[in-house]
Ligand binder design. Structure first.
Ligand code: MSP
Length: 500
């Protein structure tokens, strides 16, 4: 059985989850669900990043200790993911003992391999990014991401000798041209490496909220150095080598573009320094903007998943997130776009198709669904759609997979309009048309499962099928001819009532 390991970034607990976080998590979820349908053994990991100055300060502002604050906020992420039907197999928190142990084991290996030294560091630091900047990178003296002042920091720290990895990293990119996608993002990483890498300070003594350095208890690790290691904590690095080897290095990291350098420069170098292979695949996506800006607490432009779910329902929110922001580019969220997508694709195309089919089968076929015609013109459309959907999911392009799936829905609606079964008398010809439409709906239910799991199950049941699409095996189950016929069909409430 093929293995498929997919991860999201772990989210900072300084803040509550918003739809930007949901965009990454829903995307990873849909891809994980697709791979389960293919019969792969999937490990889907998400979690929370709980150390560092940013979290410590957020806790302080609330008058709480960092751990209690992290407990509270981490729970909000768990709740949001539950609300959005996220099917993660593991949820990692960086304050867990398993993670402390792994961070210490991993970085001790890097230290023992001679890639960590002591030194003094002075620099400019943005706490919101938990990242350093050079004078030249600042925009009008402020952090280029948060447009807020940076802090001058001077400390005696341990340094990771990142500069030693320049050639090795470039060589690795040469031999792994598909490792970072889209390739424009790989080029960004490569050009960053070519500019020359500097050693990085990876420990702190000025605060205690972090994983203690095993060889020097005065220090805790810098939050990014602990966070990246979560990806190997979850697969028992250093504890169970067989388990580790099953998932690594064939991992798929899904990340937002602002954390490219950490994942595509630092993390591969850290892996090399610890003596393991760099991550096999990193997929970099753009931002979901609101009014042209990245969501941020300070800008008061955050939209929570719960607000949207309340208005539109879970599956519609998932659909919109997946359908309207092609992975790789930035997307702008607006209620208007969400509403028109809902009414056009869900209420009209999909909802109407099911209503029409169930209405005709109830009134003209005695409520029993006929079987499909093996030579239907919809069969070739379906084959084509299936091939395209397989390719799109494989390329981390959910929007494209859904776009072609909607092509099948539209073609089926057009097929009904051309044949007008609602004007036909009960007959073999009518049965053929309705059997074809039911078969198309069965295949649609399978293809939308990763994006809209609960709608998929509802659709499945409404056309009389038992069990769940989750148990089907793709691509075989989605080939034309699987609808058995003779199943009871009932008219029922619209799947997606129109919203004004
Ligand atoms: N904790 C670090 C990641 C450590 S991974 C080892 C972090 N956390 S974060 O909470 O600030 O953001 C994590 C991710 O959330 C981003 O990389 C991105 O995937 C997602 N997003 C946060 N805001 C987003 C948008 N506005 N739009 C799209 N994705 C966004 O960085």
């Amino acid at each position: 059985m093929a293995k498929f390991y997919i991860t999201t970034p772990i989210y900072y607990v300084n803040d509550a989850p918003h739809i930007g976080h949901a965009y990454t998590t829903v995307t990873a979820d849909a891809i994980a669900r697709w791979h389960r349908l293919l019969g792969d053994q999937v490990l889907f990991l998400t979690g929370t990043d709980e150390h560092g100055l940013k979290v410590a300060r957020a806790a302080e502002r609330q008058g709480m200790d960092p751990k209690s604050w992290a407990d509270k906020t981490s729970k909000r992420f768990l709740e949001a993911w539950e609300l959005l039907s996220i099917s993660n197999d593991d949820f990692i928190r960086t304050t867990e003992p398993r993670h402390y142990a792994t961070v210490q084991r991993f970085l001790q290996a890097v230290y023992d391999n001679g890639y960590i030294t002591k030194g003094t560091w002075t620099g400019l630091y943005c706490v919101d990014c938990e990242d350093y900047y050079t004078e030249a990178q600042l925009v009008e003296g402020n952090c280029p991401v948060h447009a807020r002042p940076v802090e001058v920091v001077e400390e005696e720290n341990y340094f990771f000798k990142l500069s030693l990895f320049t050639e090795q990293l470039l060589d690795w990119y040469d031999h792994h041209p598909q490792a970072v996608l889209p390739s424009s993002k790989a080029n960004e990483a490569i050009s960053f490496i070519r500019q020359g890498l500097q050693d990085i300070s990876i420990t702190r003594t000025s605060f205690k909220w972090g994983v203690p350095v095993p060889w020097d208890n005065e220090h805790v690790f810098y939050v990014w150095y602990d966070a990246l290691i979560n990806y190997v904590t979850a697969i028992s690095y250093g504890v169970d080598q067989d388990n580790f080897n099953q998932w690594w290095p064939a991992v798929h990291h899904l990340i937002g573009k602002e954390i490219l350098r950490f994942h595509c420069v630092w993390w591969p170098a850290m892996c090399m320094a610890a003596g393991i292979a760099p991550p096999g695949h990193v997929f970099v996506h753009g931002w979901l903007l609101v009014g042209g800006e990245k969501m941020a607490k300070s800008k008061l432009n955050q939209i929570t998943p719960a607000e949207l779910v309340e208005q539109f329902g879970v599956d519609a929110v998932r659909y919109h997130l997946l359908r309207d922001t092609p992975l790789g580019s930035d997307g702008d969220f607006s209620y208007e776009a969400m509403l028109s997508r809902y009414n056009a694709d869900l209420a009209n195309n999909l909802g109407n198709l099911l209503s029409r089919v169930t209405a005709v089968v109830t009134s003209k076929c005695g409520g029993v669904g006929p079987s499909p015609n093996p030579d239907s013109e919809l069969a070739s459309v379906t084959d084509q759609v299936l091939e395209q959907a397989l390719g799109a999911w494989d390329n981390f392009a959910p929007y494209e997979a859904l776009d072609v799936t909607w092509k099948l829905i539209k073609e089926t609606n057009a097929y009904l309009e051309a044949n007008e079964p609602w004007r036909m008398e009960p007959s073999d010809s009518l049965d053929k048309v309705m059997g074809d439409a039911l078969e198309a709906l069965r295949i649609v239910a399978l293809l939308i499962f990763p994006a809209m799991p609960s709608t998929s199950v509802t659709l499945w049941r409404r056309i009389g099928l038992e069990g769940s699409p989750a148990n089907a095996r793709l691509p075989e189950s989605a080939r034309w001819g699987g609808y058995p016929g003779g199943l009871p069909i009932q008219r029922s409430e619209p799947l997606f009532p129109r919203i004004k």
